[in-house]
Design a protein around this ligand. Structure first.
Ligand code: PLP
Length: 379
């Protein structure tokens, strides 16, 4: 099997499996909110996991909250910020190439009467600075929402430039950053980052599904999305799960080491595939300076889904548009917004790698593409 669909989800690592087994032991399975000694032990364990997670992300303990997924983190950050900071302004700025986790929150806010202003993106998928300046200069911007690495193209946000522009033209605007596809693939130190809120997802870094993290910078006030027993300082009610938080931490530990070496290896695989596919008349849609973990490519003569199923015959797995919306059989809105021709976008396939993919797999992939072209196209 060749699994090139790591932006959709990753396989669970051995370390995560082992950690889950360890943390489901009866001795650590009490409710962290219980007053007896087993509860105290579970609470200590949970706080220890939180502390280590915060430390690996360069954050303070009290800035880290465990959620069920990045979608929940995004909902909490975006809706919670706007709900809590009504006097900060009535406008939110973002781009139309965000993940649905952000776009649907913005749609929800617009129905509540907030003004959503979309900044234009260029062919490289990055926000156009003049357009950002224009939207900021209209005033009243409470929140800016961006994504560090686009999940469909790998386009990397020039976050330094963006945050500098936001802070210069609208100092009171808070910034929410989706860091889902960046985690473990580029260094992230939240203390010096410049974002006020960030979301992360465990299942994109070889943890199981069902665990995410929300970072809220100290001093930033947001309303909770989930109300109840007041766990996690009232930010996210619901009995804490040391198992899921521990699984996230185990995965984070693994992907936090050797980031540069893994990126260099992936860059080699990416460069090889770019060249070989371009030689076969495929159109490379990921920008040149995209993160090497994502390669979006349009195959001539094959609609996205046809190519996906052809590859599947050979036990090779890729995506069409992002997995969350692929069942709707839509052409990628991210590619269309970046100016890609609809026909080219309709043939786009996303290859996405993890640090565990190899050059041998890339070579095998190309051999199979050749076979597919021979069998299906030339007849
Ligand atoms: N943001 C980005 C960029 C993503 O790629 C994804 C998942 O595809 C999400 C958010 C949502 O993550 P989760 O599945 O943890 O809700």
């Amino acid at each position: 099997m060749i699994y090139f669909d790591n932006s959709a989800t990753t396989f669970v690592s051995e370390a995560v499996r082992a950690k889950i087994l360890e943390l489901t032991d009866d001795t650590v399975s009490a409710n962290p909110g219980s007053l007896h000694k087993l509860g105290t032990k579970a609470a200590e364990l949970y706080e220890g996991i939180r502390k280590d997670t915060a430390s690996l992300l360069g954050a303070k303990n009290e800035e880290i909250f465990f959620t069920s997924c990045a979608t929940e983190s995004a909902n909490t950050a975006i809706k919670g910020y706007m709900s809590r900071n009504k006097r900060a302004g009535n406008a939110v700025i973002s781009t139309r190439t965000e993940h649905k986790a952000t776009l649907e929150c913005l749609e929800y806010l617009s129905k509540l009467g907030y003004e959503i202003r979309y900044v234009k993106v260029g062919p490289d998928g990055k926000p156009v600075i003049e357009s950002l300046e224009e939207e900021l200069n209209k005033g009243g911007v409470a929140l800016a929402c961006f994504t560090l690495v686009n999940n469909e193209t790998g386009s990397v946000l020039p976050f330094g430039e963006i945050s500098k522009t936001v802070k210069a033209l609208s100092p009171s605007t808070a910034i929410y950053l989706d860091c889902v596809q960046a985690l473990g693939k580029m260094p992230i130190n939240l203390s010096s980052f410049g974002a006020d809120m960030c979301s992360f997802s465990g299942h994109k870094i070889h943890s199981v599904k069902g665990n995410g993290v929300l970072y809220v910078k100290k001093g930033v006030r947001i309303d909770p999305l989930i109300l109840g027993g007041g766990q996690q300082e009232g930010m996210r009610s619901g009995t804490q799960s040391p198992v899921l938080a521990g699984a996230f931490l185990a995965a984070l530990k693994e992907v936090s080491s050797g980031i540069e070496e893994a990126a260099a290896k992936t860059a080699e695989i990416n460069a090889y595939l770019r060249k070989e596919l371009a030689d076969r008349d495929a159109i490379i849609l990921s920008p040149e300076d995209a993160l090497p973990y994502v390669l979006n490519v349009s195959f001539k003569g094959f609609e996205s889904e046809t190519m996906l199923h052809c590859l599947e015959i050979y036990d090779i797995y890729v995506s069409t548009v992002s997995a969350c919306s692929s069942k709707a059989k839509k052409v990628s809105y991210v590619l269309l917004e970046s100016g890609v021709d609809r026909k080219v976008a309709a043939n786009a396939v996303r290859l996405s790698f993890s640090r565990y993919n190899t050059m041998e797999e890339a070579e095998e992939f190309i051999r199979r593409v050749d076979e597919i072209y021979e069998q299906f196209l030339l007849k």
